[in-house]
Structure formats: structure tokens, C-alpha cells
Ligand binder design. Structure first.
Ligand code: PEP
Ligand code: CO
Length: 443
């Protein structure tokens, strides 16, 4: 185990902002280094143990949230709506697929975005691209788009607020299984998936009533374990929030329980891979369709040399048309190497396209097809389809097309609110959960 937490500085770090004032950045970093942890190392270890069960084939990951969280979006309503969507999805999977679900939010820290281009041009004006609220503002003005290190502090505080809400909701009664009906209120209750959910919730109610009559009322029914995660993109931030755990003497990035490396920063020899090698959190790596078997094996050697189960998840994001072609060899060779990884399917990022209106969108059908391909590949190889990683929101947005209450391309402008990629709305997320449960069961 290396304790060289600064070794990443010698290596190329892609996708970092050009801070106009290094001194200001350094002052912020010093402040961040003095702030309390957002999560505890022991909680990260608990998640690692749950992910080890996923790697063994005994549990399923449900990871999701916004593509890009915003500071303005850290409201009680928005956090509760995301949480209840995830809880509804988890209940569908737990009840219909009979599998324990590991719940991880792309929440409380998902504030930085990798971009394909460093600048954006509108009507002849060129400005720095929006890189997430942690770096700059979405408004297309020079003031908003100039990277501002004070935003790193705001990201910390916004994460703290969100995490506080999550902890209160999940431990304070809201996640109690007796609330299964309450999670289905408002617009989603009238959707086809909402009606299907109501039926399932009634069955759960009956089962609970029966258990209570028998005198059984286990603690697990009253609270849930919920973990935070984000793409650790801005290394100055995640490094400043890395602490040595007093129990074990080992370093953890205490800005989230799990962090992942994106498709654009996972190059071998990159600063990101180096930083991740030296923290002890459970980590993920996104793998796109160009990933070679060699890439995957070298990443495993670097990031999980001791083959610790639960430490490393591969989050594949191939695209619906490519997954059946590209995933089999990767899974087969990685499995043959003896490496223990959890395989998670991100059916979003390989399926983005631009609608005629200019909106970036995704078809729910493509998302469902990639997930189906993921299950087919794993079933054919006898490996475990370990989970899904999605972009969704708890609100009634119109960003992705399709679904039980179908959104068509002409609807996209109605309620298109994402700061980055298009998200599934709550009805579409429930549609997806029912489909995943079917796929899981029919294996
Ligand atoms: C993301 O998860 O929002 C993202 C940018 O994904 P990827 O790294 O897979 O492109
Ligand atoms: Co995204």
C-alpha cells in the first residue's frame, strides 16, 4: 500500500479547470483540508463489504442521480424526490427480483463534469465550457464561465446539506417500509408504472402485516443504508478531502463513500488512476466501447493489486448497439484472470443523441436495450450482472424520450432542466426498474 498521496501530481491530469488565480485555489484547498469529513472511513468499508457481495453474485447495485448536481438543486424537495424514486426502484428490485439492493446516489458531490470540448461557441462568442457547479456557472457569460475556486467550498457545503437530508430521510422514518405507498404519490401514481407499483406495494403491505402478526418487525424494515458517490474529477478537491483514518492509518477520500473515474480520465498512467490507487474507498471505473482487455487488466493490476472484493467496480457504458459485441470478451478475460470485480451497467452514456430541436436526449428503449444486452452477455458467460448506474431525477422532466407515459421528441422543450446530460424522469425510472426486475428474474 502506497501512502504517496501526492504522486498523481507528477502525471498528466485531463479535464482540470484553468483556474485564473493559483493563489486563490491554494487558499481554498487549505480551507478544505481543515474541514470535517463528509463520510467516515468505516462507512466506506461497509459499502465495500456490500459491493463484495455484488462481486460474489449475491446482491445488485442501484446507483443513480443527476448527471450534474447543481447548488440550486440542493433543496429538500429535490433531494426527497430523488431519494423516493431510488427507494421505489430498489423496492421493485428487492421484491420482484428477490435480490438485496445496494443503494448508491450520484448525489452529495456530483458537481464536476468532463467535457468533450474545452470551450463553447454561441453566435460567434467563445467561452470556457461549463464544467459543473464545482468549477463554474452554467450561464453563458464570461463571469459565470470563469472557473472560481470558491465553488469548491460551495461544493463541499452543498454536499454536506444534501448528505444531511439523505441521512435524515433514510434514518428518520421516511425510508420505513411502511411508507411504500407514500413514495408513490403525485404525478407518478397515475402512470402505468405507478399503478403497477401500487399493486406491488399492496402485496408488501400484506406481507408486513403478516410478519407483524407473527411478532417479527426487524430493524432492517425501518431504515435503509444509502451511500453517496461522484466522479472524482477535480483532483485538487478530492485530494484536499482525503484523510488518514485513525483506526487503520489508511487514506480515504471522505468527500463520498464511493468515487469513480470517468471514461475520459481513465488512461493508464493518468493522474486520476494514480490518485485512486492510493485511496481505500470502494471505487468504480467507467469503461466505454473502445476499452481493450489489456486496458482492463492493467487497471485491475494498478487499482486492486490485492484483488480485494468490493474494492473495484467496472461500470460499462458501451451503447445499446455495441454492448453485445464489446462486452463479452472483456468480461470473459477479466473473469479468467481471477480478478474479482463487480460489473455495473451504465445504459445512459453510450446512448445520447441530439434531437432535431437541438436537445441532447436518450431513448428509454435504447436504455432498456443496453440493459437487456448486459444481462444477455452475463448470462451467456455465467457471470453476475451486478447492477445499473443511471442518470435520473425525481421530477416530472421531459429530457429522455419514450416510457409508459410516452414523451416524444416534440415534448422535450416542455420541461428540459438538466445542467448536463438528459435524465430519466420518475415514471421512466420506474419503467426501467420493472424491466430490470424481469430480466433478473428470468435468468
Ligand atoms: C457521467 O457519468 O456523467 C459521465 C461523464 O460518464 P462517462 O465518464 O462514462 O462518459
Ligand atoms: Co452524464
Amino acid at each position: 500500500m502506497s501512502n504517496n498521496l501526492d504522486s498523481w501530481r507528477r502525471l498528466p491530469a485531463a479535464q482540470q479547470p484553468e483556474w485564473p488565480d493559483r493563489g486563490a485555489l491554494e487558499r481554498v484547498v487549505t480551507k478544505l483540508e481543515g474541514l470535517p469529513p463528509l463520510v467516515f472511513a468505516g462507512e466506506c468499508d461497509n459499502l465495500k463489504a456490500e459491493l463484495a457481495a455484488v462481486a460474489r453474485g449475491e446482491a445488485f447495485v442501484l446507483q443513480g442521480g443527476d448527471c450534474a448536481e447543481t447548488f440550486a438543486g440542493a433543496t429538500a424537495d429535490a433531494v426527497r424526490n430523488k431519494l423516493k424514486t431510488l427507494l421505489q426502484m430498489a423496492i421493485v428490485l428487492t421484491y420482484a427480483a428477490k435480490v438485496p439492493v445496494v443503494k448508491i446516489g450520484r448525489m452529495a458531490g456530483q458537481f464536476a463534469k468532463p467535457r468533450s470540448k474545452g470551450t463553447e461557441i454561441r453566435e460567434g462568442v467563445e467561452l470556457p465550457a461549463y464544467r459543473g457547479d464545482m468549477v463554474n456557472g452554467l450561464d453563458f457569460t464570461p463571469e459565470a464561465r470563469t472557473p472560481d475556486p470558491e465553488r469548491l467550498l460551495q461544493a463541499y457545503h452543498s454536499s454536506a446539506v444534501t448528505l444531511n437530508l439523505i441521512r435524515a430521510f433514510t434514518k428518520g422514518g421516511y425510508a420505513d417500509l411502511r411508507q411504500v405507498h407514500a413514495w408513490n404519490q403525485d404525478f407518478v401514481a397515475e402512470s402505468p408504472a405507478g399503478k403497477r407499483y401500487e399493486q406491488l406495494a399492496r402485496e408488501i403491505d400484506q406481507a408486513l402485516a403478516f410478519m407483524r402478526a407473527c411478532g417479527a418487525d426487524p430493524e432492517e424494515f425501518h431504515t435503509v443504508e444509502f451511500y453517496s458517490s461522484h466522479e472524482a474529477l477535480i483532483l485538487d478537491y478530492d485530494h484536499a478531502l482525503t484523510r488518514i483514518d485513525s483506526r487503520t492509518g489508511l487514506p480515504y477520500d471522505v468527500s463520498a463513500h464511493m468515487v469513480w473515474i470517468g471514461e475520459r480520465t481513465r488512461q493508464l498512467g493518468s493522474a486520476h488512476v494514480e490518485f485512486f490507487a492510493n485511496i481505500r474507498n470502494p471505487i468504480g471505473v467507467k469503461l466505454g466501447p473502445t476499452t481493450s482487455v489489456d486496458d482492463a487488466l492493467v487497471l485491475i493490476g494498478k487499482l486492486n493489486p490485492d484483488n480485494e472484493p468490493g474494492r473495484l467496480s467496472f461500470i460499462t457504458r458501451m451503447g445499446a448497439t455495441k454492448i453485445r459485441e464489446h462486452l463479452p470478451e472483456l468480461v470473459e478475460k477479466v473473469t479468467a484472470s481471477g480478478a474479482q470485480v463487480a460489473w455495473i451497467c451504465d445504459p445512459m452514456h453510450g446512448n445520447t443523441f441530439e434531437a432535431p430541436s437541438g436537445h441532447k436526449t436518450r431513448r428509454l428503449d435504447d436504455v432498456l436495450d443496453e440493459v437487456a444486452g448486459f444481462f444477455e452477455v452475463h448470462r451467456a458467460l455465467g457471470t453476475h450482472p451486478g447492477g445499473i448506474h443511471i442518470e435520473f431525477t425525481g421530477d416530472d422532466v421531459t429530457e429522455c424520450v419514450g416510457g409508459g407515459r410516452a414523451i416524444v421528441e416534440d415534448d422535450l422543450a416542455l420541461r428540459y432542466e438538466t445542467a448536463c446530460d438528459p435524465r430519466l424522469n420518475r415514471g421512466q425510472s420506474l419503467d426501467l426498474a420493472f424491466r430490470v426486475a424481469e430480466l433478473y428474474r428470468s435468468a
